[in-house]
Design a protein around this ligand. Sequence first.
Ligand SMILES: C[S@@+](CC[C@H](N)C(=O)[O-])C[C@H]1O[C@@H](n2cnc3c(N)ncnc32)[C@H](O)[C@@H]1O
Length: 432
Amino acid sequence: MSSSTSLLLKLAEEISRNTSVIVEHLNRNDLPQPSFDADGPSHPIPEANEELSAARHALIEASKALHTLAVGPSETTRLFYFKDIYFVGAMQVLCHFNVPQQVPVHGEISMGELSTKTGLDKGLLARFLRMAAVNYYFTEPRPEFIAHTAWSKTLATDPKMRACVWFRHSEMMPSVAKLVEAVETYTSSPEAAEPRNTAFRLAFGDTFFDYKEKHQDHMVKFGQFVDAFASGIEADTAESFARAYTWETLPAGSLVVDVGGGIGHISTAVAQKHPLLRFQVQDFGDLAEESSLLRQSAGVSDRVQFCPHNFFDPQPETSREAAVYFLRNIMHNWPDMDCRRILKPIVEVMSPDSRLVVCDIVLPEPNTTPKTQEAQVRALDIVMLSMFNAKERSYEDWQDLFTSVDSRLRITAVIGRPKLGTESLIEARLMQ
Ligand SMILES: C[S@@+](CC[C@H](N)C(=O)[O-])C[C@H]1O[C@@H](n2cnc3c(N)ncnc32)[C@H](O)[C@@H]1O
């Protein structure tokens, strides 16, 4: 094979080309270069710039492919996730013993002092820290002294980042370990579609949310994990949803019903940008107080109301024939049969002018998006399976779901990248 047809070289050239785009942009704009140093930037390559974002994703894609080729099929399979599983375990121990917070943000600390401060045996501490350090978390600048990298510093300074490590180890890994048993036990059972029949329940003896209710510490950390996860996707913020959809085309005074809207952070952001619209946030009553604080501080209480409502019940009188019924991150938590129970009461009160706007992932056709991006949504699909017996859906899945509720409910628009990141806005209307 000549060098011109070498895949290794082609990928290396792609890496070089995209790296140049990034480095030149950072230099031109006086931005710091990515670095492992503790003072290195935590978001070194801004996603907001489209050209830069494309270069970053191309670089991630090509370098992953190059790495995989260099390791080769045999070694990849032989060591399949071997190092990663124990890396996650080491990180969990370090976070559990508050090691990241005890390492100074600037400078270094001896392993002996760190052992005293954390109560973790010095020999064990060294083993876990060295496992983390080969993955760029912490560094040992001289023997038995530890300092932060930019990576471990994220854990020292932000409890939400520590919650990400905690959730992966404490809930995701035990659930994943039960996937085979769940598939064997439930797939052919008459109750296969029941939301309670999950790998999570086999691991924890309870459904995801019942378990959280009984273990408030898990609930708090899960909330932190969700916040950190969502805030990391720059293109999927409340402000992006306010910008991405054609809210400005709705007649003045139109009502938007935010079904399962939590405390109403999306409605609040859209209301701030679109002063002629009204909103009704529907969720469990115990969120009313927090919602009220948010809406007051944002100055939108007159146009954004909170309405305690169970989304399996008929819609209240006050939300009939709204202009938009908006559901973000609801449907992917539920199997089709429950999604139908959520959609039915909405469709019953929709007028021919109403729109259903679902904000969730639209799974791409295989091989139509970069593998590293597709990997993220495929992983979320398996998360939904193992935690909720639910799933992420493709365009066809969404359309089939809608028509199974009402044959007139047709998708009229899908808004995704580049306006949004991982998620899309799926608009549907009742066609006559
Ligand atoms: C993943 S969160 C999404 C919240 C919000 N839509 C967002 O995008 O941030 C799911 C929401 O559904 C709400 N929820 C769950 N079951 C519900 C039900 N039966 N009736 C109403 N809301 C429910 C939860 O309280 C939570 O706020």
